[in-house]
Design a protein around this ligand. Structure first.
Ligand code: UT7
Length: 362
C-alpha cells in the first residue's frame, strides 16, 4: 500500500507589515474593533509578484526535503490571485525552480486551495500515478483588495507556503480527507469584475468590489469545518483525544475558538498565527504548518487535524499522521527581492484610486 509522506515544508512572508494602526490612517476603523472581532493585529503586504513568494516557499520546501526539483513529477498550486491565467502560474513556478519533469496545475478553490491540492496530490501518489509532488498554497490578495471596503480590507494579508509529498510504504502523511462545497451560498463571498462573466464595457469594470456576508460565512464556516472534522475522525476511528495538534485555516480567531468548542478540542492544541498575518486564504495552512514545525509543535508520529473553508463556499478537513522527521534536511538562501517601501507606501496608489472612486460613486 502506498502513502504520501510530507518530506519538505516552507513559507514565504513578504517583509512589509501593515498594522491595524496603519489601517486607521485611511479607513474608519479601530484596532479595538479589528482585534476584538477577528484577533488580527497585523498582516503582510507583497511588494513583488505572487510567483516570487511561491518560488521562495517552493525552494525552501525542496531544501527541507533535500529534493532535486527535476525529481518532481507534479506541481499543484492553490490560489485565486495568480500572476497570470495564461500561462498558468504553476508553470511559471515550474520553470523558475527547474522542475523540468513536472506537470503543473493551478487550483482555484479560494482559501481551501492548499488542502484541496494536498488531498488531490496525496491520492495521485497513493494510486501510483505520481511519486513526488510539490503542493503550494498562497495569495497576493492585497492586489485585489478594495481599500474602501472596511468590512473586508482589514481581514486579509499576503503569503505563500509549500510542502513536498513523496511516496512511501509507511502509513504516514494525509490519511483521511473530506472536502465539499455549499454552493447555495456561493455569493456570500464574491469578488466582482474578476472573470469573463463581467462586461469589460462597463465603466465599473476596473474596480473590484467584494460582496461579503461576514456573519453568514462565519456560521457556515464553523458548521462545515466541524462536520468535516467529525467525518475524518470517524474515517480513521479516532477521537479528538487522539489528535495532537490542530493546524486550521486562519481566517478569524473567533471562528477558531468556536470550531474548537464545537469539535471538543482543547484550545491549546490549536495552532494560531492569524494575529500576525491575517487571513492569507490558500496560504494559511502551509504557512501555519511550517511555523508549527519551526516552533517544535509537531512531534514524530503526531496526528494533525486540519480544517478549512472559503469562497464557494468550499470546505474541507484532513488528518495527517506525521513521520519521524520534524527538522529540515537542508536550507536554502532563497529570498524575495529587497523591499524599500513600507506597506502603506506600497499600497498608496491603490488606496488613493479606490477612495477616489468611492467618493465619486458613493
Ligand atoms: O476565509 C473566508 C473569508 N471570510 C471570512 O473569514 C469571514 C468570516 N466572518 C467574519 O470573520 C466576521 O463576520 C467579520 C469579522 C467579517 C465581521 O464580524 P461581525 O461580528 O460579524 O460584525 P458585523 O458584520 O456584525 O458588523 C458589525 C458592525 C457593523 O456596524 P453596524 O451596522 O452594527 O453599525 C459594521 O458596519 O461593525 C461595522 N464594521 C466595522 N467597524 C469598524 C464592519 N467592518 C468594520 C471595521 N471597523 N473594519
Amino acid at each position: 500500500m502506498l502513502y504520501a509522506e510530507i518530506t519538505g515544508w516552507g513559507k514565504c512572508l513578504p517583509p512589509a507589515v501593515l498594522s491595524n494602526a496603519d489601517l486607521t490612517t485611511f479607513m474608519d476603523t479601530t484596532d479595538e474593533w479589528i482585534t476584538s472581532r477577528t484577533g488580527i493585529e497585523e498582516r503582510r503586504i507583497c511588494h513583488c509578484n505572487f510567483s516570487d513568494m511561491a518560488i521562495v516557499s517552493a525552494r525552501r520546501a525542496l531544501a527541507a526535503a533535500n529534493l532535486d526539483p527535476a525529481e518532481l513529477d507534479l506541481i499543484l498550486l492553490g490560489s485565486l490571485t495568480m500572476d497570470s491565467l495564461c500561462p498558468n502560474t504553476a508553470s511559471i513556478i515550474q520553470d523558475a525552480i527547474g522542475a523540468k519533469n513536472a506537470a503543473s496545475i493551478d487550483i482555484n478553490s479560494a482559501c481551501t486551495g492548499f488542502l484541496y491540492g494536498l488531498h488531490i496530490g496525496t491520492n495521485l501518489i497513493r494510486t501510483g500515478a505520481h511519486k513526488k509532488i510539490l503542493v503550494l498554497g498562497g495569495e497576493f490578495i492585497s492586489h485585489y483588495m478594495n481599500w474602501a471596503q472596511r468590512d473586508v480590507a482589514v481581514l486579509f494579508g499576503d503569503a505563500c507556503g509549500a510542502v513536498v509529498i513523496e511516496a512511501t510504504e509507511e502509513r504516514i502523511g494525509l490519511l483521511a480527507a473530506k472536502i465539499g462545497c455549499e454552493a447555495d451560498a456561493k455569493y456570500a463571498i464574491q469578488i466582482t469584475n474578476l472573470g469573463s462573466a463581467y462586461s469589460r464595457l462597463s465603466e465599473e469594470f476596473l474596480y473590484i468590489n467584494w460582496n461579503f456576508e461576514g456573519q453568514e460565512v462565519f456560521k457556515r464556516a464553523v458548521k462545515c469545518m466541524a462536520r468535516a472534522c467529525e467525518d475524518v475522525l470517524h474515517q480513521l476511528d479516532l477521537t479528538t483525544a487522539d489528535i495532537d495538534l490542530v493546524v486550521p485555516h486562519q481566517a478569524n480567531k473567533r471562528i477558531l475558538d468556536a470550531l474548537a468548542r464545537r469539535v471538543g478540542i482543547e484550545e491549546d492544541k490549536v495552532f494560531i498565527n492569524v494575529h500576525k498575518y491575517g487571513n492569507t486564504s490558500a496560504g494559511t495552512i502551509p504557512v501555519a504548518l511550517t511555523e508549527a514545525l519551526e516552533e517544535g509543535r509537531v512531534k514524530p508520529g503526531d496526528y494533525i487535524l486540519s480544517a478549512t473553508f472559503g469562497a464557494g463556499l468550499s470546505w474541507g478537513a484532513c488528518i495527517i499522521k506525521w513521520g519521524d522527521r520534524v527538522t529540515p534536511l537542508a536550507t536554502t538562501d532563497a529570498e524575495l527581492p529587497p523591499c524599500d517601501k513600507t506597506a502603506l507606501e506600497i499600497l498608496q496608489p491603490h488606496i488613493a484610486r479606490y477612495l477616489a472612486h468611492e467618493a465619486k460613486t458613493g
